[in-house]
Each structure stands twice: as structure tokens, then as C-alpha cells.
Design a protein around this ligand. Structure first.
Ligand code: HEM
Ligand code: HEM
Ligand SMILES: [Fe+2]
Length: 456
């Protein structure tokens, strides 16, 4: 480890991995409720489980991004982090907020209370005090990272990362705007939900990927930077107006059907570019880096993101298709593969690269790590296929033939059982990943020593 303050990242990654385990276990419970609808219906109803599943996902991904920034900014800026104390304070605020949100969801002690009660908007159900906490934490983070970058070397990677993190934090302000008019409420809600994953988070993903490929393949920085700029500009060009694909049926003007269809179709381009970028860098690279698992995750992330976001997103983004498929299992199929490929896998890639350094325990158990990759990726792919079939049948029965929602759901039970099975594989894969990161290889245990860091 070149810079001492990089170790802040390790604390973020640890909390992120803990929440990752909780998130996928929550998914498994939600998946079981689909198979056996009365399961836990008194103790932990479906809506609460679902909230824990999706909120834990978003929080751990953000923690991972923060960790990634604290890890890579010192190397890019050639500086220690401006303030280590602020970085830990930020983490503590986020952990307290998370605990507060979980307790509020499970016990709902202050229903309807603006400051303390939970709110009814998917993904942003947190009570207002938690939302404010997140805002304070984001401001601390931006201050800390910006001061570090300004004092040191400025690179395209750190600039893009910083712009992405600034913009996504600013968008968080829309969490506080909740008009009575339902159309406006939904419109602002999508400013967060869509402009995070289909614009600002893409910048974060692209810069983390660029950092990893630079280190892992040894390609010249100028080449990496050129790709990065093209990816970022196509992402913003398509993603901002692409928000229109959520404005079709919420009471906004009809021209969004065309703007949304056209620009969201273009959103496929940055994901295609990210995948091409990863493979071209590996192909051109001169360096044979020992951390093969980190490379597998980097290639896997960009590939699965292309399929999950690009292909499965395009599947239902044209308004003529979305008219029928809106809010069916097709949406869930896409949501799972896109989130997994783009953001879960990118996070696990930077963790696979950074944690062995941060723990001073390299080489680590790469074989287990790669087994976890295949188990998780295979499980998510299978889940996506199953939900796509279920969603196609659902769309036809419910939207074309006009059958009753619950009766159609009963007809889909076989698919829901298979979804549970694939979910189980994902959970085992996730636990295996965490184990491979935390527990040293057996030969190191018997030797009783840590092997020094191998290579960059
Ligand atoms: C890292 C892996 C995972 C990611 C990224 C993920 C992501 C998500 C997202 C984004 C949603 C909201 C979907 C939407 O609004 O369309 C969701 C819901 C859900 N997830 Fe996951 N999930 C993961 C793992 C799992 C696992 C392992 C299971 C187990 C079967 C699971 C089961 C569910 C269920 C049942 C729902 C509720 C769907 C509904 O409301 O109909 N997820 N997940
Ligand atoms: C990594 C990037 C992406 C992620 C994480 C993601 C995730 C999601 C999630 C979770 C939803 C469900 C939201 C909800 O209703 O609660 C959704 C909806 C949707 N996504 Fe994506 N998405 C991504 C990229 C894309 C792209 C590139 C396209 C188009 C090419 C796209 C098209 C859509 C459409 C049309 C819907 C609305 C589905 C409906 O009407 O029910 N997405 N996305
Ligand atoms: Fe979107």
C-alpha cells in the first residue's frame, strides 16, 4: 500500500460486504414468499422484506463506491486523503442512518411522521432524518475527496469519478421534493432512480473500470483516457433525455414517448463501449498481472452490464413495447441483471483488486473468488431468463388477454420456484466471495505468515 490513508477504503468495503450478504438473503426471503405467500406474513411482510432488499442494495453499492474513491484517489492524485477522520465520520453517519432505516422499516414506530416515519416511494422509503444524514455524509465525502484531488495530480480518471459523485449527490436533493401532484412526484422520483443508474453511476463505473484496466493490463494512460471521455459523453448524451422512457404513462406530455424511445435506445452505446473497452485493453495489454480474479470481474462486469442494461433494457424501452410490458416480471428481469452486471460486479471487481493490498495478504484465494464469480453470474443469468419467460407469459395473459392479476400469478408458480433456486446459487456465491476475501489460503495459514504484496 503506497498511501496509508487508503486503508479507510477497507472499512467501507467491510460494511459493504456485510450489507451485500443481508441484501441477497433478503432477496431469497422475498423469492420464497413468491413461492409460499404466507411465509413470515406477520413478522416480516413482503413489502418490508422487499424494502430491505432494495435499500440494502443501493446503500452497499454506494459504500463500495465511496470505498473505491478512497482507495483510488490517493494513487491517482499521488496524495494522502485530505482528512482520514472525516472519512471515518462519514462512514459512522451512514451506518447510523442505515440502522435507523432498518429499525423504522421493521417496526414502523412513527407511521405518517414526516421526520421520523418511513415514506412510500420505492427505493427512497427512508425517514427524512436518514435522508438528511445521507446528505451530510455526501457533503463530507465531496469536501474530503475534492480537497484531495485539488491538491494533487489531476487525471481523467479522478476527474470523471469526481464529476459522477458530485452529480449523483446533487440529484439526491430531489429526495426532499415530494409534490402532492402524483405526476410531478413520479417525475422527480425518476430524476433520482433513473439519473443515478443511467447517467451518474455510469461515470463512476467507467472510472473504476478505467483504473482497474490501467493497473491490470498496463495499457498507456492516454489510450484509457480517450475511451473514458467517449464513454462519458455518450452516457450523458443518451442517459439524460433517456429518462423519458419512464415518462410514458405517468401523465406527462406525449412527446416523451418519442424522446424517451429514441434517447434510451442510444443508452445501449456507452454500455457497448464499456464492454469493448475492457476487451480491447486486455487484448492490447502488455502486463500479465497476477490478480486474475480482479480481471475476470472487470470483464464480467462490463459484459453482463451490456446484456442486463443494454440488451434487456432495450427489450422493453420502445413505448410500443413498454405499453404492454410496463411493471411486469420483464422489468424485474432487467432490473436484476442490470444492477448486478453494472454495479454489483464493478464493486466486487475493485474489492477483489484492492482488499488483498489493503490487508497486505497477496496472493489471496483467487480460485474461490473466481468460483464465486461463476456461481453468482450463472445464478443471476438463470434468474433473468426465468423472469423473462414469466414476464412474457404475464404480459400476454394479463395485458393482452386481460386476465385477472392473481390468477396469472398462480400460473407462474413454476417460474417462481426456479427463481428461488437460482437465487440460492447467488446467495452461496456471495458468501463464497466474502469468504475468499476474508480468509487466507490454507498454505498461508499453515506457514503462519503473510506473503508480501505481489506486483502492482
Ligand atoms: C446481487 C444480486 C441482486 C440484485 C442486484 C437485485 C436487485 C433487485 C432490484 C433492483 C429489485 C427491484 C426490482 C424492480 O423494481 O423491478 C429487486 C427485487 C427483488 N429481488 Fe432482487 N436482487 C439481487 C438478488 C436477489 C436474489 C438472490 C433473490 C432471490 C430469489 C432476489 C429476489 C428478489 C425479489 C423476489 C424481488 C421483488 C420483486 C417484486 O417486487 O416482484 N433478488 N432485486
Ligand atoms: C446499469 C444500468 C441500469 C440499471 C441498474 C437499471 C435498473 C432498472 C430498474 C431497477 C428498473 C425498475 C424500476 C422500477 O420501476 O422500480 C428499471 C426500469 C426500466 N429500465 Fe432500466 N436499468 C439500467 C439501464 C437501462 C437501459 C440502458 C435501458 C434502455 C435501453 C433501460 C430501460 C428501462 C425501462 C424501459 C424501464 C421501465 C420498465 C417498466 O416500464 O416497468 N434501463 N431499470
Ligand atoms: Fe431508466
Amino acid at each position: 500500500m503506497k498511501y496509508q490513508t487508503q486503508k479507510v477504503a477497507y472499512a467501507y468495503f467491510l460494511v459493504a460486504m456485510g450489507l451485500f450478504a443481508i441484501q441477497v438473503l433478503g432477496g431469497l426471503i422475498a423469492g420464497w414468499i413468491y413461492v409460499s405467500p404466507n411465509f413470515l406474513s406477520e413478522l416480516l411482510p413482503f413489502n418490508v422484506v422487499r424494502m430491505l432488499h432494495t435499500n440494502a442494495l443501493v446503500v452497499w453499492l454506494l459504500l463500495g463506491f465511496f470505498g473505491a474513491a478512497y482507495y483510488l484517489i490517493p494513487e491517482e492524485s499521488e496524495r494522502e486523503i485530505y482528512s482520514e477522520k472525516l472519512a471515518y465520520l462519514q462512514l459512522i453517519i451512514l451506518v447510523i442512518g442505515t440502522l435507523g432505516a432498518v429499525l423504522t422499516y421493521v417496526f414502523n414506530p412513527f407511521p405518517g411522521n414526516y421526520l421520523l416515519g418511513m415514506q412510500g416511494r420505492e427505493f427512497i422509503e427512508q425517514p427524512t432524518w436518514v435522508k438528511l444524514g445521507i446528505l451530510v455524509a455526501a457533503l463530507i465525502f465531496l469536501f474530503n475527496i475534492t480537497m484531495t484531488v485539488l491538491a494533487g495530480r489531476k487525471t481523467a480518471i479522478s476527474n470523471v469519478l469526481l464529476v459522477g459523485l458530485w452529480l449523483l449527490s446533487l440529484l439526491w436533493l430531489f429526495a426532499f421534493i415530494n409534490p402532492d401532484n402524483l405526476s410531478l412526484d413520479k417525475m422527480y422520483w425518476w430524476f433520482i432512480v433513473h439519473l443515478w443508474v443511467e447517467a451518474t453511476w455510469e461515470l463512476v463505473m467507467a472510472s473504476i473500470l478505467a483504473f482497474l484496466l490501467l493497473k491490470l493490463t498496463g495499457v498507456d494512460r492516454e489510450i484509457v483516457e480517450k475511451w473514458l471521455y467517449v464513454i462519458v459523453s455518450t452516457a450523458l448524451f443518451s442517459g439524460i433525455l433517456g429518462t423519458g422512457h419512464h415518462f410514458y404513462w405517468i401523465g406527462l406530455p406525449g412527446y416523451w414517448q418519442w424522446i424517451g424511445s429514441i434517447f434510451s435506445t442510444l443508452e445501449v452505446i456507452p454500455f457497448f463501449l464499456m464492454m469493448s473497452f475492457a476487451f480491447v485493453m486486455v487484448w492490447k495489454g502488455r502486463r500479465n498481472h497476477p490478480n486474475k480474479a480482479a480481471l475476470l470481474w472487470s470483464l464480467g462486469a462490463s459484459t453482463v452490464a451490456f446484456f442486463g442494461a443494454g440488451v434487456w433494457g432495450f427489450l422493453h424501452t420502445l413505448h410500443g413495447v413498454n405499453f404492454y410490458s410496463h411493471g411486469t416480471q420483464i422489468t424485474a428481469a432487467h432490473g436484476h441483471l442490470a444492477f448486478y452486471g453494472a454495479y454489483v460486479a464493478t464493486n466486487l471487481a475493485i474489492m477483489s483488486y484492492a482488499i488483498p493490498h489493503l490487508r497486505g495478504r497477496d496472493p489471496y484465494n483467487q480460485v474461490l473468488n473466481m468460483a464465486a464469480f461463476w456461481l453468482m453470474t450463472g445464478g443471476m443469468a438463470f434468474m433473468t431468463f426465468v423472469l423473462t419467460f414469466a414476464g412474457t407469459i404475464q404480459t400476454h395473459m394479463q395485458r393482452v388477454l386481460g386476465e385477472n392479476f392473481m390468477e396469472v400469478q398462480e400460473g407462474l408458480s413454476l417460474f417462481y420456484m426456479m427463481r428461488f433456486g437460482s437465487g440460492l446459487a447467488v446467495v452461496i456465491g456471495a458468501l463464497l466471495f466474502i469468504y475468499s476475501m476474508m480468509v487466507p489460503r490454507r498454505e498461508l495459514l499453515t506457514k503462519g505468515t503473510d506473503v508480501p504484496v505481489a506486483g502492482e
